[in-house]
Design a protein around this ligand. Structure first.
Ligand SMILES: *Cc1c(COP(=O)(O)O)cnc(C)c1O
Length: 413
């Protein structure tokens, strides 16, 4: 039945109680039971983010230029700090957006329009990318009538640069690598893709949405991270989400360009409207000032050493999960994950049946399709859950082995 607007408003206590009771049915993410959607660092970082968000809760970042110099300055500071983190040259630039999808749609649109103006291609333009590419690119391609060519991965689940090179033709406008990719948590060989982009004068975008704000600190914490950013000369644009492993508030992402000559094609400028000229730098109109302030506050509060400490702690936790999972008879980690995004499969039983048993024990389960595996994006929310998780997993594997059941679930995100 369709819900109707109450004829007479409910008092606050009633509304609050209704909210609390609905929340009670949600996945217990604070207990580390969600393998996606939620990312947590320390309680102190969360406090800083919330406080800053509330301080700018009402302000509208659409008006940053004309009404809120505070937000304008904070956005520029966030972009500048990130450009430094991603080894960008002085002439590089970028914007804050509302999420990875918006950053990606913008990068694809900007590449399309730059290509039209500077390097026209035959027919319908295409994007050549690894199979593991996030579907936000397909969404962008769907909106703009472009083609995405997904190329099979190498055996280590990273992009196969040579096969991608072979798939490029006269209609290719962009190639993409992920740092890392969502399904397997591995960073594509960006330097190899950069060499192809340079040799063919093609636009290389690096999708660092999931790990962009984590990988640089994982490297500072002493773990190997291959070059994936503007330090690779062929990289023309990047996307990186603050609201994932940047520990900031939703919605917050960033998109960057090697130079203003590229970003110029991102802007929307319309003059025929009865209300006058309408100009936006990004896709959406109204957006929350709180998310801008929260990102600014957290970057400043944590600084390089704060982020590095969290990254080190997270990687030690991830290595412990990996060791525990790999020690369970029949399970193995898929590839060699570069950050705290991991997946594991089974050698001789149905891993999705294991997933079903885990979900019966109250774990929200994510899976990958190729290969069939269970997938986890882990933050410090998962620190205290490890022993219970591993014990439940060991029991689930044993039960599936004994029952020989096949799964009914499929990989869905
Ligand atoms: C999450 C993600 C996106 C999309 O970001 P949203 O903020 O969910 O729109 C794009 N690429 C990768 C690799 C991601 O992990």
């Amino acid at each position: 039945m369709r819900k109707t607007l109450p004829a007479h408003g409910l008092d606050r206590a009633t509304v609050d109680a209704a909210l609390a009771s609905m929340k009670a049915d949600d996945a217990p993410w604070r207990q580390g039971r969600t393998p996606a959607y939620m990312f947590g660092a320390t309680p102190e970082a969360e406090d800083v983010v919330k406080h800053a968000y509330m301080a700018f809760f009402s302000e509208n970042a659409l008006g940053a230029k004309r009404a809120f110099p505070s937000l304008r300055r904070m956005e520029q500071d966030v972009v500048d700090m990130a450009l430094g983190l991603f080894n960008a040259p002085d002439e590089a630039c970028g914007n804050m957006t509302t999420g990875g999808t918006e950053s990606i749609v913008l990068a694809v649109k900007t590449c399309r329009d730059w290509t039209r103006a500077n390097r026209p291609v035959h027919g319908r333009p295409n994007i050549v990318a690894p199979l593991s590419l996030h579907p936000a690119f397909d969404k962008a391609a769907d909106l703009m009538d472009l083609e995405v060519r997904r190329i099979d991965l190498r055996p280590d689940y990273r992009a196969d640069a040579r096969a991608m090179d072979a798939a490029i033709d006269g209609s290719t406008m962009m190639i993409v690598g992920s740092a890392p990719c969502f399904p397997h948590g591995v960073i594509d060989p960006i330097a190899e893709l950069g060499a192809i982009a340079e040799a063919r004068d093609l636009w290389l975008h690096v999708d660092a949405c999931v790990g962009g704000y984590l990988a640089p600190f994982v490297r500072r914490a002493g773990y190997p991270i291959p070059d994936f950013d503007f330090s690779v000369p062929g990289v023309r644009s990047m996307s990186a989400d603050l609201h994932k492993f940047g520990w900031a508030a939703k919605p917050a992402s960033t998109v960057f360009y090697r130079s203003e000559a590229y970003r110029e094609h991102q802007k929307f400028d319309h003059a025929e409207w009865s209300s006058g000229r309408f100009v936006t730098e990004t896709l959406v109109g109204t957006r929350p000032g709180g998310a801008v302030a929260a990102a600014w506050a957290l970057l400043n509060h944590l600084g390089e050493d704060g982020y590095t400490e969290i990254a080190g702690r997270l990687m030690r936790m991830t290595k412990a999960y990996i060791a525990d999972i790999a020690a369970i008879d029949g399970l193995e980690i898929v590839g060699s994950p570069d950050i705290s995004v991991i997946s594991y499969r089974a050698r001789d039983l149905d891993i999705l049946a294991v997933g079903e048993r885990m979900s019966a024990k109250g774990w929200l389960v994510n899976a990958t399709r190729l290969p069939p595996a269970l997938h986890m994006m882990m933050s410090l929310l998962h620190e205290d859950a490890r022993e219970t998780y591993v014990a439940d997993l060991r029991a689930a594997v044993a039960a599936v082995r004994q029952a020989g059941t096949a799964a009914t679930m499929t990989a869905t995100y």
